[in-house]
Design a protein around this ligand. Structure first.
Ligand code: FEO
Length: 162
């Protein structure tokens, strides 16, 4: 069974993953307004992945006979100034999420909760990939130039993400 402290922390993380999903959905909607359909599609897939992250923790809390407590999801902002600015924000956000996962791992160690520690290892590895993806796209945008007219090829490339 989960300790109350661990259960509360996992419930907070469910909320944060759902916020990430909402944030990326908002970014997808913004890209739609810029007619950058490939970027919009990439963000939509990312938004779905974040919901899956939330559900991974949700399923785990249920499996441990814990109580899932869903809280209100903060509204993300709706406007950004450029594709490059968005991906800088994604990169910073993912680094923040890595910090949250690390804090959960540290809590699991303190609580001597080996099962939660083990479950969180998936997220530890996932965050390496999440940060790398965002950093790579930031670099690509810098290389081609952060203006819509220069982003056509990258838009095509990102649009291939399933
Ligand atoms: Fe759920 Fe992008 O980390």
């Amino acid at each position: 069974m989960l300790s109350k402290t661990m259960e509360d922390a996992l419930n907070r993380q469910i909320n944060r993953e759902l916020y990430s999903s909402y944030l990326y959905l908002g970014m997808s909607a913004w890209f739609e307004t810029q007619t950058l359909k490939g970027f919009a599609g990439w963000m939509l897939v990312q938004s779905g992945e974040e919901r899956n992250h939330a559900m991974k923790i949700y399923d785990y809390v249920v499996a441990r006979q814990g109580k899932v407590q869903l809280e209100a999801i903060e509204a993300p902002k709706a406007k950004w100034s450029s594709a490059g600015k968005i991906f800088e924000e994604v990169y910073a956000h993912e680094q923040k999420v890595t910090g949250m996962i690390d804090a959960l791992v540290e809590l699991a160690v303190r609580e001597k909760d080996h099962a939660t520690f083990e479950m969180l290892q998936w997220f530890v590895k996932e965050q390496v990939e999440e940060e790398a993806n965002a950093a790579t796209i930031c670099e690509k945008i810098k290389t081609v130039g952060d203006v819509p007219g220069h982003l056509f090829m990258l838009d095509h490339e990102l649009g291939k993400r399933k």
